[in-house]
Design a binder for this molecule. Sequence first.
Ligand code: UD1
Ligand code: CA
Length: 472
Amino acid sequence: MNTELGSFAVLILAAGRGARMHSRKPKVLQPLLEEPVVYYPLKAVRDAGLKNISLLVGFGGEQVEAYLGKEWPQVGVIWQKEQLGTAHAVKAAQEWWRKFEHVMVLSGDVPLIQAGTLSDLVDKHLRAASQCSFISFLMDDPSGYSRVVRRADGAVRIIEDKDAVEEELAIHEINSGVYIFDTESLSAVIEKIGWANALGEYNITEAVALIGETEGDVNIVVCDDRSELLGVNTPNDLAATAEVLNRRIISWHMRNGLKCMDPRTTWVGPRVELGPDVFIEPGAQIWGKSAIASGVRIGAYSVLRDVTIDQDAVVLGPSVISNSHIGKNAEIGPFAALRGETEVCDSAKVGRFVEVKKSRIGTGSKVPHLSYIGDAVIGEETNIGAGTITCNYDGQNKHRTTIGARCFVGSDTMFVAPVSMGDEAHTAAGSVITKDVPEGALAISRARQDNVANWSGRVKIEGKEKKGIEEN
Ligand code: UD1
Ligand code: CA
């Protein structure tokens, strides 16, 4: 089987504009669970074990090419400068696919297609030794879709909705737009396809009847999960497809041990990894290449993107975490915001209303309340008092703050970076730290307190006006 897959080329059509999306972005790059639409058919093709893949680009092609270069460098790019229809599109890539024995053609806008469905089509195409195979499905309401016309003599034709006559419009069997052609047969007929139809386009659907007439057998594979073949053409389609995909992803994780209180309000991206016994509360979102280890709890309305979390850590919701790593048994939130390569080490705590950027919070250390920690390194078992801020930005550059192990930072300390503090050092509450604090020292940097005796008595004698207070 695997050797046979080498004889297949896969051409994904993605040159069309997708006008109904009303967007400057090409349709195949519209985000769907935060990945471009085309990510999904590419993944299905790859998971089916198919290797020789090219994407046909046109409208917004530079953007599509840039995405592929970054995320799918093994996928080829073929240009179709003018979009004159799907047959014109397939022809634009002929120089490439004619070198293979078979070519699979599908659209870049069918994100729900599954690898198993593509493998099944490959198997059946090979077993039937046919010159053309394609997937069809049955729709209760077929209006708007192209129909599969099966004639009594066995001949097959695909007719677009706009070109269909009355008895054809009554057919419920629909063309999925996923085909495999024997490349010699396709080459023999592709020149014969004309544009005399309602839209004046060259349609690859015509190749099916032409191959049946002159080249050999056409094999139809009926797919029973019609949701797999829903195309994304409008913003409404994007939302509907996202819902189906999300449900599919979450049920897959639940089959592997995820506990999810409310799958309807939870969102999990396709590249997320979740260990068994991860527990997700309602309204949480996990995106990007996040990897969450077993026993972790993700609190309600938290948003995580490109985050790795080790065993048994807890994120109390809502918290917003991106591009960061959380160690074992750590506790984050509620209302914490972590970003920019932050590392929270094992058993550390980042609490309520704390923002941490590009910093390392050492093992067992705590930043429990109302702080900003940016460009800082904090050693282990250090306690950072409420309201502490690392003043990392001087208006031009960012500077580092280094705080040692087992330190005690008093509440409302301002660290004016660059500055550092040795192990076991302390700061007094309300201090503005502008000089390094040596190991074991206590830094106090604030105005000394004066108490004016009998103040309230004096205010009363001098009259009821607030004047006395203002003069002070
Ligand atoms: C197409 C099929 C239809 C099938 C449906 C399934 C044709 C004529 N119709 O209709 O039978 O039921 O898919 O989803 O093939 N494209 C190009 N270059 C072009 C034109 C289109 O690359 O010149 C690409 C589009 O970007 C898109 C795909 O081909 O990814 C299909 O084109 P689209 O216009 O969406 O065709 P449908 O009307 O969906
Ligand atoms: Ca389409």
